[in-house]
Write a protein that binds this ligand. Sequence first.
Ligand code: FMN
Length: 216
Amino acid sequence: MIRIAIIVGSTRPGRRAEVVAHWVYDIASKRSDAEFEVVDILDFNLPLLDERMSPARGQYTQPHTKAWSAKIDSFDAFVFVTPEYNHGPSGALKNAIDFLYREWNNKAAAFVSYGGGGASGTRAVEQLRLVMGELQIADVRAQVALSLATDFQDATFKPAARHDALVGTMLDQLISWAGALQTVRSGEGARPVHEPAHNEPLKRSAREQWHDRAIY
Ligand SMILES: Cc1cc2nc3c(=O)[nH]c(=O)nc-3n(C[C@H](O)[C@H](O)[C@H](O)COP(=O)(O)O)c2cc1C
């Protein structure tokens, strides 16, 4: 069974992220083609990234990193529930993403955003889509964008009815890609990854070789 994490993308006291994530979960959990779990980054007490080695190496030393790694590793796909902070995602969400690497690779992602100013958090999602590429996460097209002006009444979340159907479309796409990517992770659909010969420089300086090794 495909397992999908609905990630609460804000740790702010009084955050709206929590109620939005549980709304997504309530709709998603009626389906029988995947399992869903709300994953709250607040529960992992992640400080600002405090691992010495690059996450791409997976050599974690901190208990909070190991717990976060084990949790994310257990999923096939993710719904990032993200606010918009200064036209980007929250620092807390980006930091939580940056802690790991392999655990995200060859999996699928979708986005539910919220914000004001008529953009409904979509600018944060555009930034996250760029991040997904580096993490080898396949992000689906369908997304849900909630407006602070019309889907919330002060502190109360009252999403317009049309959003329910959009959550369904988004999950259809996410589950489809999550299933396809399982074959890549199992090796069935994978191809050997190597640098094409025409990209190989004839001669690399010692400094360039050092840089190649050091960057990750
Ligand atoms: C630091 C900060 C920056 C914000 N910047 C934006 C913004 O650029 N665009 C926007 O639509 N809303 C912005 N907002 C409003 C948030 O989207 C809104 O407060 C939302 O509820 C925050 O998510 P949270 O409650 O889950 O933490 C900002 C809020 C904060 C706290």
